[in-house]
Structure formats: structure tokens, C-alpha cells
Design a protein around this ligand. Sequence first.
Ligand SMILES: [Zn+2]
Ligand SMILES: [Zn+2]
Length: 383
Amino acid sequence: MTVITRTITNTKKAEKVIDEQYLAADLDEITKLQEEDRKKPLKTVIVWRNVLIFLALHLGALLGVYQTIFEAKWATLAWMFFLHVFGGFGITAGAHRLWAHRSYKARLPMRIFLMLLNNIALQNDIIEWARDHRCHHKWTDTTADPHNTERGFFFAHMGWLMVKKHPMVREQGAKLDLSDLYADPVLQFQRKNYLPLVILSCFVSAFVAFYTAGLFRYCFTLHATWCINSAAHWFGFKPYDQAISPVENVWTTVTAVGEGGHNFHHTFPQDYRTSEYSWRLNWTRILIDAGAALGSVPIKETPRRERSSSTPTLVETSLLLLLSFSNTGEKTNLIAPTRLQPPCPNKLLQGEFGLGRPMERPTSGYLFFAQYFAFSAIPFARA
Ligand SMILES: [Zn+2]
Ligand SMILES: [Zn+2]
């Protein structure tokens, strides 16, 4: 096979995977929508019921912050940490990487496990979450994007949940094919029983620690997720695609258990890792790898274009941390020098796809448990 034939075959394969996974940003349509958006004035209709709910939640969470600092037992802190991390997995590994993007495949036990974790996070059922997220990727930064960054930081963060959805979100969203989501019995079950499931999973902790493990923890998980739509579209750098608003942001990786590689993610949304790195507390990726090691996640597909070694040196690490900290002014195109890649339009992937595990590291499952137990051990060490 000649090089040209191989390249064409690989490109077709890449496009097929993207199409099947509802991932690609529709660049032509985005340009068209943005032009139309400029002509029409925006109408903001506040949904006061949601405003009041969020207000009450945050007031309760503030009390939770006080109790967490001055009164909570170590066991409560460990419980909060557990709920945040594992509730987070329900969003990151479940609703996001598995169902919204189809970036890997999971067998029934893993899907049930992730659906149960997803209820802890209480961010609407997975079908609804995945539909919003597919809109976000396909029509990023237009009125068809539910958390359109063109409407400001607060709107992208949480304001979008307090106003009526823009008609374009519904109009464009109706064009998406969600048949794969509706065909999954696990998601159907969750949708039908959502209320009892979330009361049981999200607030069962309320009986032992209502303000701390209940309200404050829930509020913290919400903000960690929202920061991916706000901070990870603002503060950071763009080593993979400079034409888009998402950035690499280390701190959101820490709070959102591995989702801060957002410039990478919007450029390669079909990659289950959402970042080149696992060392940067990408616990979600390590969880998926652990699932694969246990046989629950049969196939993962990822473009093989990462550098042969993805473990950065100490200098690179410091540089990345510094950049993510210092570049907080505006959406600039600051590039991490060691990570410079050719601009890569979302639709056309360079390199080839490979089936199977991309970074064959059998230790990565153990790494997850080691990191987790190291964190959990802190309270006991200090008690
Ligand atoms: Zn995504
Ligand atoms: Zn995004």
C-alpha cells in the first residue's frame, strides 16, 4: 500500500469514527451561525425559580464551608472527598467520555456502575447531559451552544442554567441523532427513575452530614464541572488548535478529576483520555484504564499522534503550571514551546487510529488506587 493510499484510508477511518461518535465541530455551520448571531439581538429570559434554587443551595453550602473548616470530623471529610471524586467520575467517565462522546466502549457492569455514580453528581440525567454536550462540541461558541462563551464568563459558568435556553439550542439540538442514548437500557432506567435515584445517591449523605457532604460537596462538584465550560475556555494555553476557545488548564484538571486538557479535548474529542497526560491527576483516564484491565471496557480508540514519551520533565511541568497560572488575562494564543503541534482542524485528524490501549501501562490501574488511597490516608495520618 502506498503512503498516499494509507493516508486516505486512515483519514476516512478517522472521519468514520468521528461521525459515529457525534463529535466533530461543524466548522462551516459555526461560521454561519456566528454571522447570524451578530445580526440578531440576544434576549435573556431569567428563570427565577432556578435562581432561587441556586441561591438557597449556595447559602446552605456556605454553612457547609464553615462546618468543614471548623467542625467536621475527619471521617466526614473523607466521605466528602469520596463523593466528589466518584460523583465526578459519573460525569467525566460516564456522561462525558462514554455516552456524550462514545470515546470508548463499556460493558453492562461498567455502564451500570457509571450510571449509579452519575446520580451522585445530580446534573440532569445522562441523556439530557449528553445532548447538551454534543451541542457544545458541534456548535461551540454560537447561540446553539448551551453555554456559549460569547455571552460572558458567568453565563458559560452557571448563568446558562438560570435563563431560558436560546431557541437555537433546541432548534439545532433537535438535529442531533440521540438514538444510541435512547437505545441504552441503562440510560432509560436512569431517566425513568431519576428522582428517587438522585435523592438516594446525592443526598443520602444528608442524613449524616447535610451541609458538608450534602450541600457543600454537591455545590463544589457543580462548580468543578462548570469551570470546564468557563475557566477551561478562558485561562490557559492552546498547544493543539489555536483557532478554538478551549484551553489547557491544569487547575481544572485537579478539581474535575482529569478534564482540564480542554484544548486537546475539543481538538480530539474522540480520544477517551481528553489529555496527553495521565500524571496530571487525570484520574478519569486511569479509572477507564483500570476498567479495561478488569475487562469491563473492551475497546478504546485513540489517535496515535502523541509523542513517544508523554511524561514531561520537571522543567516542562513547572512551565505548564506557570503558564496556566500566569496567563489569566484574556483568550490569548500562548503556546507551551515543548508542545507545539501543527494546527489541526477538528475534522481532519493527522496520524492514524489504533485499536486497543494507547499507552500500554499495566501500572496505570494501580496508580489510580495509589493516588486515591494516598489522598484518603491524609486525614488518618493527621487524626
Ligand atoms: Zn466533551
Ligand atoms: Zn468545551
